[in-house]
Design a binder for this molecule. Structure first.
Ligand code: AMP
Ligand code: MG
Length: 322
């Protein structure tokens, strides 16, 4: 039996979907990872795998399965991203674009996520920006100044590796500014993001959530491998002393800036294969919500084909001067 006919009903389709290896039984990953004002970060397991299908084939080798899925998800991401780019190119009135905001503790896997997930897409349509401590010039402006300058143009997928949220995270925890400076920023961020969404942005905000112990393992890994020394920063070890304060600051960010128009997601990130798979789903969901299609031709493809077919025989030789 080829298509499950005879098995009948939805069970038949479930079997067929499983045989095909498609992801029809994959839960709504974005929905599962979305968090809001009631979030309790301490209750979210950094080694969890929400949404991972509970099937024998997946349970046997979840990592192998997720890595293989990422290839398929990557192809769909690339297709969606191309449609986003194409629409903006043919229609300057189309202001749609997607902005991924990646936040995490040190060693949380932001760089690895950019490499793995963004690596599946066309670099021409990507705008990736990493934010470090503000430069002297940036410090002369409002904290959103450098953020605005890095926003993706219509048709682009922007990725922020750290973001305006550092201005209520590191700035608060390491006391780089007094509370009267950072406290009003939550509201400023909410209205800024409202403005972005109203002008065509889809925001995908996510915290890659790792455990204290996993951070230690990753720091040690960097010290064991001379090709990873460049990623090691002795400051990161000092920062570990502020772990609880950072967790509290993250929780406040999510509670105060997890809005309907720009919700936060917490991605369990101790397992890199789960992290990449989940992040790919989050971006794909945002793109799919745009209901994109390839723009139609503003010419008649049949007429254009005929013009080329009608070319005199021998015209190629003429052009080549023969
Ligand atoms: P990395 O992401 O490992 O390259 O590190 C970048 C560093 O820049 C981190 O230590 C951040 O805390 C720091 N950083 C990013 N944004 C800000 C900011 N607005 N103010 C102060 N430090 C920042
Ligand atoms: Mg670092």
């Amino acid at each position: 039996m080829i298509n499950g006919v005879g098995v009948g009903g939805s069970w038949g389709w479930a079997v067929w979907g499983w045989v095909l290896g498609d992801d029809r039984d994959v839960a709504d990953v974005s929905g599962l990872l979305r968090v809001g004002s009631g979030v309790d970060l301490g209750a979210i397991d950094p080694a969890g795998t929400p949404g991972l299908p509970d099937r024998k084939g997946v349970r046997r080798d979840p990592k192998g399965w997720a890595r293989a899925e990422l290839v398929t998800l990557g192809q769909e991401l690339a297709r969606q991203q191309e449609m986003l780019f194409a629409n903006a190119k043919v229609n300057p009135a189309d202001q749609r674009r997607v902005l991924l905001v990646l936040q995490a503790m040190d060693c949380g896997g932001k760089d690895g996520t950019v490499k793995k997930v963004a690596g599946t897409m066309n670099p021409e349509g990507l705008r990736i920006t990493a934010f470090g401590p503000p430069t002297a010039e940036e410090r002369q402006h409002d904290f959103l100044w450098r953020i605005r300058r890095a926003l993706p143009l219509p048709g682009y997928l922007g990725i922020f590796n750290r973001s305006h949220y550092e201005d209520v995270l590191v700035v608060r925890v390491r006391r780089l500014a007094p509370p009267r400076v950072w406290k009003p920023r939550y509201e400023k961020i909410n209205s800024f993001e409202r403005e972005l969404v109203d002008s065509g942005f889809s925001l995908v905000k996510m915290m890659l959530h790792i455990s204290y112990e996993e951070q230690r393992r990753r720091l040690l890994e960097r010290l064991r491998d001379p090709t990873k020394y460049w990623k090691y920063n002795p400051d990161d070890v000092d920062n570990r002393a502020y772990w609880p304060a950072y967790q509290q600051a993250y929780q406040d960010v999510i509670q105060r800036c997890g809005t309907d128009h720009a919700p936060w997601h917490v991605v369990p990130a101790d397992r890199k294969w789960y992290r990449d798979w989940a992040v790919a789903h989050l971006i794909l969901d945002a793109l799919k919500r745009l209901d994109l299609s390839y723009p139609p031709a503003d010419f008649d493809p049949r007429v254009e084909t005929k013009r080329l077919e009608r070319e005199e025989t021998g015209s190629t030789a003429k052009v080549n001067g023969r």
